[in-house]
Design a protein around this ligand. Structure first.
Ligand SMILES: NC(=O)c1ccc[n+]([C@@H]2O[C@H](COP(=O)([O-])OP(=O)(O)OC[C@H]3O[C@@H](n4cnc5c(N)ncnc54)[C@H](O)[C@@H]3O)[C@@H](O)[C@H]2O)c1
Length: 313
């Protein structure tokens, strides 16, 4: 009988990682998860996955590889806050660079067939003057978070050249959807939805005209699956090529919740870059992937999930 490959998912109790685990299990892969639950949640864990509560920086990671002998690795675990990376670049580099190197060493030792890494588009290209921005746009990260993501991309190229470790680098736009943590600074859709459901006033940084490229988590998971099942060793944007302002996001959520909330504008708060939007032409050409959810539809699904979560409390 054909036994499906084993996939190790770091950060599999987190937002994107847990959806990836579900999709892998639905496709009959065998799955093991490594997560230290720092921002992840036990409730996100698929019961069919083997779970190791562990930090990716720990030497005990070797024992997980010895036991599981994964064929493939998805690497989602990381410090995800740009602000925290600015406040504490050493911690950010420790988790995002050193932790990733610890993982790559094990991947080489146990002859992993491919590692798929969660990188970022927005934090690498910055305030690009070509929009939607393609992969050949110069990477000039201005935050330690972006610098660490680009460093890991470069290490992956080194590990491929030196040891033949195949890799897929996925540069996500702004991912949103069910299970996103509304506690952090990222994930404006999760933050606004939870505020409105609790009758609290959402705060919009700046004037709300800044745009982002919002990609629904199910689309991100399908791009990752396409990468897993392809022979390609390459780097791809995963976005929608569509810009949406923060004000529009606010209004979509407000409509979905039939809410009468009004935002409070904080003109002095750091609003980030004015524009961020990724071209998906390259991944469409190479893997035949394109996003299937437009932002209104994705927000509808996300709001439904947060509403159910409130009702379960
Ligand atoms: N959400 C986005 O819009 C977005 C955009 C670009 C890139 N990414 C990247 O995608 C990945 C997943 O992000 P997410 O939005 O699902 O965030 P998340 O916080 O929900 O997931 C990260 C997971 O990693 C775990 N983790 C953190 N540090 C760890 C450590 N040292 N050892 C073991 N586990 C650890 C956390 O507990 C959590 O479960 C991250 O690498 C992030 O940088 C996310």
């Amino acid at each position: 009988m054909f036994i499906k490959p084993k996939v190790l998912v770091t950060g599999g109790a987190g937002f994107i990682g847990s959806h990836q685990v579900d999709a892998l299990i639905d496709a009959d892969y065998r799955v093991a998860v490594v997560d230290n639950l720092s921002t992840g949640d036990r409730n996100n864990l698929n019961p069919q996955a083997e779970f190791y509560e562990l930090d990716i920086r720990e030497s005990k990671l070797a024992e997980v590889f010895e036991k599981e002998k994964p064929d493939f690795v998805f690497h989602f675990a990381g410090q995800i806050s740009v602000n925290q990376s600015v406040e504490d670049p050493v911690y950010d580099a420790d988790v995002n660079i050193i932790g990733s190197l610890n993982l790559l060493e094990q991947c080489v030792k146990y002859k992993v067939k491919k590692i798929i890494f969660s990188s970022t588009g927005g934090a690498l290209y910055g305030e690009a003057d070509v929009v939607p921005t393609a992969e050949d746009y110069p990477c000039q990260p201005i935050s330690p978070y972006g610098i660490a993501k680009l460093s890991v991309e470069n290490y992956l190229r080194f590990y491929f050249e030196q040891f033949g470790l195949a890799c897929g680098i996925m540069r996500y736009a702004n991912v949103y959807g069910p299970r996103q943590n509304s506690k952090g600074e990222a994930g404006v859709i999760a933050i606004f939805t939870e505020k409105m459901l609790n009758r609290l006033t959402p705060i919009i940084h700046g004037d709300g005209h800044q745009t982002r490229d919002y990609v629904f988590v199910e689309d991100v998971v399908s791009a990752n699956m396409a990468m897993l099942e392809s022979e390609a060793v390459d780097f791809y944007n995963v976005g929608t090529s569509r810009q949406t302002t923060v004000n529009e996001v606010f209004n979509f959520i407000k409509k979905e919740l039939a809410s009468d909330a009004e935002p409070r504008y904080d003109p002095n708060a750091f609003a980030g870059q004015a524009v961020s939007c990724l071209s998906f032409e390259k991944i469409q050409r190479a893997l035949g992937w394109r996003p299937l959810f437009d932002v209104e539809e994705g927000i509808k699904k996300t709001v439904e999930w947060f509403r159910d979560k409130e009702n379960r409390k």
